[in-house]
Design a protein around this ligand. Structure first.
Ligand code: NAD
Length: 296
């Protein structure tokens, strides 16, 4: 039975581990949080005392960490994955981080003779629980093919987006577009309210006419038309406004480094910055409609 060293047992990592266990993998898990380790142990994972113990002798290492700095320290740090005997393990970073760090860590892995891919995910905690994530993978062909059996139990779609870092690039582009379309969807509903349009009527039109987009048809930011959307549950996340701001920042960073004009991405970042600064970071990102109505 193949062994996976899994680092980062948070909101996303824990359900991913559950699905890997269900698929028959042995999972040796590690997290800095004792509570997270206890929860993963209750799910059936073996808990390692430290990072090195989790990765030594593993067939694959999967990391699901908050940001680039954590990924850098877990892979490149003094007792990191690349210094502590990951041997021939395939390295898979599923965290959402900046493209530059993803490429730097993959170069460091290649220098040590290890194969690595960046494999950020889309689909949120619900997708992780259901094993239905969309995964954007960057890396050499052989590394991506090696990664597939480890990613299949947690995903519904795996897209090989290109060479090292291209998974992160695809994620940054997608989530920038999502932030922009959510603000656009909310503006349409706010204007419709002022014009006396019924939410259901505006939904019926926009979901079937040229304004159609995922932010309306699958995740409508007003209560009613899409029963499962967070608007029906007082904007309980879902995908938090804090996460959206993080991803918009990553996209702007990438745009600046690469001289790409993304004025709407920049505006979306500014709007989500204000929304987060007003204390709304834990709400679902579709709650931005409240801000656009002038209600903070
Ligand atoms: P989280 O904060 O819930 O979990 C991260 C875990 O990493 C924590 O348990 C933390 O203790 C652990 N950790 C941090 N540094 C560590 C280290 N050095 N060694 C071991 N463990 C360490 O975050 P999350 O919501 O699970 O998100 C993880 C990643 O997935 C992020 O990059 C996020 O952007 C991305 N993502 C999240 C969502 C979502 O909806 N939550 C959706 C898509 C992508």
């Amino acid at each position: 039975m193949a062994i996976i060293g899994f680092i980062g047992l948070g909101n996303m990592g824990r359900p991913m581990v559950r699905n890997l266990l269900k698929a028959g993998y042995r999972v040796r898990a590690f997290d800095l949080s004792t509570t997270a380790c206890e929860q993963a142990a209750a799910d059936g994972a073996e808990i390692a005392d430290n990072l090195a113990a989790a990765v030594t002798g593993a067939d694959a290492v999967i990391t699901m960490l908050p940001a680039g700095a954590h990924v850098r320290s877990v892979y490149l740090g003094e007792e990191g994955v690349l210094t502590s005997g990951a041997g021939n393990a395939l390295l898979i970073d599923c965290s959402t981080i900046d493209v530059e760090t993803a490429r730097e860590v993959q170069r460091a892995a290649a220098d040590k003779g290890a194969q690595m891919v960046d494999a950020p995910v889309s689909g949120g905690v619900g997708g992780a629980e259901a094993g239905q994530l969309t995964i954007m993978v960057g890396g050499e062909d052989t590394a991506v093919e090696r990664a597939r059996p480890f990613l299949e139990p947690v995903s519904r779609l795996i897209v090989h987006a290109g060479g090292p870092g291209n998974g992160q690039a695809a994620k940054a582009c997608n989530n920038m577009l999502l932030g922009i379309t959510m603000i656009g969807a909310c503006e349409a509903f706010v204007l419709g309210e002022k014009l006396g349009l019924d939410h259901e009527k505006l939904f019926e039109v926009t979901a079937n006419a040229s304004g159609q987009c995922w932010s309306i048809s699958s995740y409508c930011p007003v209560a009613g038309p899409v029963p499962g959307s967070p608007a029906n549950n007082d904007y309980k996340a879902g995908f938090t406004a804090a996460m959206m701001l993080k991803d918009l920042r990553l996209a702007q960073e990438a745009a600046q480094h690469n001289d790409a004009a993304t004025p709407l991405g920049a505006q979306a970042q500014a709007i989500y910055s204000m929304f987060n600064a007003a204390g709304n970071g834990d709400l679902d990102f579709s709650a931005i409609i409240r801000f656009l109505r002038g209600g903070g």
